[in-house]
Design a binder for this molecule. Structure first.
Ligand SMILES: [Zn+2]
Length: 389
């Protein structure tokens, strides 16, 4: 087949069917229906009973799908060109009875003929998330996982704001927001989910309003409270992944210990001045927060962003790295930051990665860590005192 040949020349050599003719034949049976498009196109919509053979795979896979060279084969693609070339290829391979659907599945759908669409996604959702589903690694399957996922954000402030915005845009179906604070003018330099008119409103409420305007697919659950030993198990138990954007060490240790008990993955980040760090803690697969930091630093060495300065974009950079980790965990793609601590130094624009090992003596996830009986769940020492001491 000469590469200079036009599609019209190819089509002269093969048989083309109108969609209605193709449907008539399919009803009668005895036809092998082949979809010659890419995976993502097939996933979005295809004709019932079609077997996917990507254009690049035709020569290699057609024998497997249609072993009998005398069998009737009907091929289609999006608009009838790729399937015409495939029909021509089949002819050259010795198939006697291959035809291409003129105008492809677009013409088929335009005539109101039925197609199979993925369950659980509406027409609006297929449009909204098309740039996700176009990625073979994500696809419709990955998007459906996101729509069914429940992600809890601890803190609707610096890290939580950008993370929540992008997780909402991505279509994470349920976002829980834990924060007992109200929007302050000094937050707006980095907490972009809030705005000037929301000063004085609860942060969870302000964030919920922004998310609802951005993406109606997302259900927001507000927790206007601080995590403590008495409420943490109840709050985190129904979530798949937790984003740690807490602004204090007692909450970080408490969240770590509770998430290890319940085996919940936590994507943890922190920012200060021009520096940020992030790691993903998946209980018993990698280290936990305590393996990394066995003891909390003294209070005077742990300034929160409230008191110390932080470059606003640091919240965006690190919060979005967290959102990226969450999406990978939810969709089951890529390589999570398990056992790796990623440091970002913004003035030099340098990323550094440190390996972190599980501590066999870790009091929470180590070999000798005590089993926690169900009736002991939710009982924690007083973390405020522990850290202040
Ligand atoms: Zn540990």
């Amino acid at each position: 087949m000469a590469s200079t040949e036009t599609i019209e020349q190819v089509k002269e050599r093969i048989e083309e069917l109108d969609p209605a003719e193709a449907q008539e034949e399919l009803k009668k049976g005895g036809v092998a229906l082949v979809d010659t498009r890419e995976n993502n196109e097939y996933n979005e919509a295809h004709i019932d009973g079609a077997e996917l053979v990507r254009p690049v795979d035709v020569a290699e896979r057609i024998e497997e799908v249609v072993p009998d060279h005398s069998q009737r084969v009907i091929l289609y693609c999006a608009s009838g060109n790729r399937s015409a070339r495939a029909a021509d290829q089949l002819r050259e391979l010795g198939y006697e009875n291959a035809a291409s659907v003129r105008g492809g599945i677009k013409a088929w759908e335009a005539e109101g003929l039925p197609v199979v669409m993925p369950e659980g996604m509406s027409a609006e959702q297929r449009m909204r998330y098309s740039r996700h589903t176009l990625l073979p690694e994500v696809g419709v399957e990955g998007q459906l996982k996101m729509l069914n996922a429940k992600v809890l954000l601890v803190g609707a402030g610096g890290l939580g704001a950008p993370a929540a915005l992008y997780l909402a845009a991505a279509g994470i179906g349920t976002l829980g927001l834990v924060d007992d604070d109200e929007v302050d003018e000094s937050n707006l330099q980095r907490q972009v989910i809030h705005n000037t008119t929301r000063v004085g409103q609860p942060k969870t409420e302000s964030a919920r309003k922004t998310i609802e305007e951005l993406n109606p697919d997302v259900k927001v659950v507000e927790y206007r409270t601080r995590l403590d030993a008495s409420n943490i198990i109840d709050i985190i138990k129904d979530y798949d992944v937790i984003v740690d954007g807490a602004d204090n060490f007692p909450t970080r240790y408490l969240l770590n210990d509770a998430s290890v008990r319940l085996r919940k993955p936590v994507v943890s980040a922190s920012i200060l001045a021009f520096d940020g760090q992030i790691s993903t803690f998946v209980p018993f697969e990698g280290p936990c927060y305590r393996c990394l930091y066995p003891t909390p630093p003294p209070a005077e060495l742990a300034p929160s962003c409230g008191a110390a300065g932080v470059l606003g974009v640091m919240a965006g950079v690190m919060g979005l790295l967290q959102a990226n980790e969450v999406i990978k965990l939810v969709a089951g793609i890529g390589e999570p930051l398990i056992g790796r601590l990623l440091l970002y130094e913004s003035l030099g624009t340098r990323f550094t990665e440190l390996k972190v090992k599980r501590d066999p003596e870790c009091p929470i996830c180590g070999e000798h860590a005590p089993e926690v009986a169900p009736e002991e769940m939710g009982k924690f020492p007083d973390y405020e005192l522990f850290c202040a001491g």
